[in-house]
Design a protein around this ligand. Sequence first.
Ligand SMILES: [Zn+2]
Length: 387
Amino acid sequence: MSAPVQAKFPMTAGFNFAIEANSDGARAGVLTTPRGVIQTPAFMPVGTQGTVKGLTPDQIKTTGTQIVLSNTYHLAVRPGVDTVRTLGGLHKVMGWEGPILTDSGGFQVFSLGHRNKISEHGVEFRNHVDGSPLLLTPESVLDIQARLGSTIAMILDECPAGGVSRDEVAKAVVRTHRWALRAHEHRSRLDLFEPMAVFGIMQGGVHEDLRKESAQQLLEIPFDAYAVGGVSVGEGRDALLSTIGLSAPLLPFDRPRYLMGVGGLEEFMIAVDQGIDMFDCVIPTRNARNASLFLGDGSSLNMKNARHKQDPNPVEEDCDCLACTRYSRGTLHHLYQRKEILAYTLGSIHNLSVFHRFLRKARTAVLDGVWEDFRDGFLSRLSLRSG
Ligand SMILES: [Zn+2]
């Protein structure tokens, strides 16, 4: 096996990443930011509109959340960056003092593909609200994130849909690299309201050689850390898992590796095993709003199912979340059936708690030197259930 890749440049002042233990590929790390410390591996709940839907900041915290993600594109459209700035920045708007990672808006742009026009300059976009134009460039997305007061900003990348030709993925790698260079150039001109790290994003689809090319180019640019982008775009489950496996080791061992837009206990297990440290995904909160609650073994319950109607047991016995310590499955069933707001709040609290607890257990297993047992035990129980 080749020696692990090391980062070539220091991190922004106020930021640090230390690995406390590693086992196979999995690592237990500590990412320090001026807004607080994040023990990794860590999951970031998504607060699309500047709010993790249905949860107060205190409730978000009790689930085990250390850092939240918010969406640059959505905030830029509504309420608008100037409004956020006038209100004191994104931390004030969200009522959240801890670290915030913002995406670049690139993913929304590409996922709402029919509304955009991509050129070398950037992406011209008609917003989904009133159709007015919004120009996202490598420079403007960093300006927006700086004005929001983001703790960790993401660069603009070109994220092609899954299933496009190899040729198109290769072009996206080249453009993403040119945009990354422009983003880096622009950092010295940013009007910062607080210290902000910037993460680069690797592309390359499911192609090993393109992933390598993208990583090699990206690592020559002094970003604070690097993310695996261009995944979870409809490439299919097997391709996703193999792409994680071939991408993670290409990124510096001594920096947090962020797998964008992927969530789920099995996905966490496989990705952490490959050396991924950070995750985000809308699934826990979105599914909670659809009455789908996760269990720690990777399965889930539909709380609208009539079999829960008179069940006095909690959703999960050993879960210490508000939903499980104070309410029964029967109560949750009733709240979901009646579409009570509390159902969405309790469901989101529970699902986030399950995700965070799983990653904390993974972290503890690495620290205790029993990672392989933990991983193999989980995966064999999973295959027994699905087999
Ligand atoms: Zn719970």
